[in-house]
Design a protein around this ligand. Sequence first.
Ligand code: 6PG
Length: 254
Amino acid sequence: MSEAQKKPKIVVEPTDESATAWVAELVKSVICQSVAQRGRCCWALAGGTTPRDLYQRLVDTVAEDEVPWPAVEIFFGDERDVPQDDVDSNYRMVQRTLLDHVPIAPDNVHPMRADAEDIQAAAAEYERTLRERVGDDPNETPRFDLVLLGMGGDGHTASLFPGCSETLEEQDKLVTAYHVPVLGRDRMTITFPLIAAARNVVMLVTGPDKAEAVDALLCDDEERRRSIPAGRVRVEEGTFTLVLDEDAARLLDG
Ligand code: 6PG
């Protein structure tokens, strides 16, 4: 992997709105290109609050015939251990901001069942589904056309949290579930090998509370960079773009 591949392409926009608009254009372009080239687009969505405005923008500003939504297959990068109708559910947020407004068939939407009685078994089942639906070759890591990530103020991404070394070091499973001590809750998440295989990875990070983590994410000190999970994101052959607003980028030089 070249040095160029290790570092993301960095885009700094003046505001969170313009950063979101920039990512919306990239998402549209990746979907259209993926469908034109391969007949479909497999997209792993981020949860949390930052991407809400992105999903809403895609609904509000994109003409239905502008994006081939019926050819998009939706997966999740992570999920909380709550029912799908819970206010904390990433699926519920995506359903209300995006899925209820675009023509994607229910069979093409794959929620993570992080509220399952046996969350480990549910994670293994999700991986089977993902390998079956996304993968072209059962012996290869499935390649998402697009993985959208956010980053917490502590540098977590998806549900890959600092200090959870077993999960952070996972190299075999593509989806895992574990108890997150800092949350006191279980989470299901995709792992770094799955992210690394993606054709396009976009990380959208906005707001002043993320500035310290952004500085660590982009620093030259490998130990400091790897101290935050987002700093461990590597994309082997695909593109990796980090989109920031000026508040999140305020500690960066220049
Ligand atoms: C989640 C997300 C998570 C998110 C970060 C940032 O389930 O919370 O998938 O990885 O991207 O926590 O969250 P905000 O966008 O809310 O700051």
